[in-house]
Design a protein around this ligand. Structure first.
Ligand code: ADP
Ligand code: MG
Length: 224
């Protein structure tokens, strides 16, 4: 049983097939890179795994459980155990670091005392223990990345999806954050699916690379 399995999954947009009969299996604890040029279907595959999009054909399973089939969503995004960090981070600008981290915990109706404990734990895990009351606009780009990570990981997802999260950062900061992601994965042991078109990033982070081309799997190997 695989952690994530796509069986011949397709997704169409008007006039174009974004994902074309893709089959892949990702095992627990893997760090899989989805690699390929702009427009090859990387973000669409993440959205299908997260449940933000519904496939037009095929089946998606998480932990052996069918979560979506052709045009049918069987398990809501919030019930899939999947967390996602987007390129634009989507932090709430009017909320403090603590409130941003708390957001998903509230949505999951985690009790207040437990929320407070997890906010402190996650903030300190990403090195922002002293910034709980700061607003995102008062933080550096790297610190904002860490808030996005802490917010997503606070709800303890078993799968973390990241969609080109470093593309707005300079190289040194990117390298530092990659180290952070590896350390967090080691501590929290989520399965990582990470989208990039940067070879160096793929090599540094992935245990495996799936190279996509025009909505299809081109190669599925250990290296880029
Ligand atoms: P990638 O993330 O690899 O750049 P995407 O998954 O975003 O690729 O897009 C795959 C294809 O689907 C592209 O050709 C893109 O133009 C198209 N596409 C993506 N989102 C939409 C949308 N909302 N409406 C129409 N076409 C879309
Ligand atoms: Mg994309």
């Amino acid at each position: 049983m695989s952690m994530i399995e796509l069986r011949s999954v397709s997704k169409d947009y008007p006039g174009r097939r974004a994902v074309d009969a893709v089959s892949l299996r990702i095992e627990t604890g893997e760090r899989v890179i989805l690699f390929g040029p702009s427009g090859c279907g990387k973000s669409t595959i993440l959205a299908l795994i997260a449940g933000l999009l519904i496939p037009d054909a095929g089946e998606i399973l998480i932990d052996g459980r069918l979560v979506a089939t052709a045009k049918r969503n069987l398990v809501e995004p919030s019930a899939r155990g999947v967390g996602m960090v987007f390129q634009d981070l989507a932090l709430w600008p009017h909320m403090s670091v603590a409130e941003n981290i708390e957001f998903g915990l509230r949505a999951k109706r985690v009790p207040k005392s437990e929320r407070d404990r997890r906010i402190r734990e996650m903030a300190s895990l990403v090195g922002l223990g002293d910034y709980l009351t700061a607003k995102p606009g008062e933080l550096s780009g790297g610190q904002q990345q860490r808030v996005a990570l802490a917010r997503t990981l606070a709800v303890e997802p078993r799968i973390l999806l990241m969609d080109e999260p470093m593309s707005n950062l300079d190289d040194a900061l990117g390298e530092q954050l990659r180290g952070e992601i590896l350390r967090l994965q080691n501590e929290l042991s989520f399965t990582l699916v990470y989208v990039t078109h940067n070879k160096e990033e793929a090599a540094a982070l992935g245990t495996r690379t799936i190279r996509l081309r025009q909505g299809r799997v081109e190669t599925d190997t250990g290296v880029v």
